[in-house]
Unconditional design. Sequence first.
Length: 361
Amino acid sequence: MRRLPFLVLLPILLVPPVPRVDAAGQKLPRVHVIGTGGTIVSKGKDPLQLSGYSIALTARELVESVPGLDRLAAITAEQFSNIGSFAITPDLWVKLGRRINELLARDADLSGVVVLHGTDTLEETAYFLTLTVQSDRPVVLVGAMRPASALSADGPLNLANAVRAAACPDARGKWALVLLNDEISSARDATKRNTYRTDAFNAGEFGFLGSVDTDRVVFYRAPVRRHTTRSEFKLDKLGALPRVDIVYSYPGADGALIDAAVRAGARGIVVAGTGAGNLNQAANDALLRAREAGVIVAQGTRVGSGRVIEAPAAAGGRLSTREHGIVTSDNLTPQKARVLLMLALTVSRSPKDIQRIFDEY
């Protein structure tokens, strides 16, 4: 997406609820849709334009354009923002989380919330909401890989499936969910792995939670790490999130980027190391300088799966985590580790406490 029609929060626009009962006279579940922008509300100049398109629809317009959606749930909608997700900021995460908490706390009859979101950073917003939404009711993030104007656009069916998942009683207590291509992922696991394909998202080494099929929404597993109602992170009194930067390791890296992050005011640094979190000597020296400056360091990996574990003694390309107070990021991707470290720094500056957080979430 090349143009950003809206870069600020928009006034909330509510769609009147659709009919409250289905054809059989059964009461429909209630689902609220929040629009933030993305490909799912974008259009190109012709049906074959699959890149270079622009945001063109509001959440209300998208909801009204999907045939049969009114048979799935009684839907209301609002416009939170309308931007490409590459332009999402941590401040917007906080405002969105507060809005969702407000909706769920105010309306006990609301079955769930659907968030329309661009796919570029959808996984990070989803993980932030998993850590900060104080309800067991589902929050389903949904996007599209093709604009609404495209031949075989995937957005309408993705939205319908997201509404079905948000209305499903079995979706309760399973974190914020990511839904594209009929597949349901936990927010902790979901990662975008392709730039254009409709199956761009996968669920890492542990797989999808379930799927939305023709007959029903079906789950096969559930997350066990701390989240939502069991989370210690509260948004009601939270100020600005602390700066946390990600530094990517590569052959010949000299630690300059780590030093630059410290000078820029980073309170935390996530290192995407090679292999099991390894760095060369120059980068490790820079990490020690960062620790001496009081910066919390989370050691991760650029591999994409697998845990980074404690290094009790310096060996090979790893510093001693025990001696130097370096946190290990378990199996979180660097971008997810950054989200958790930002929130962890709002409750503690102790490496021991923050390691406990990474072990539990």
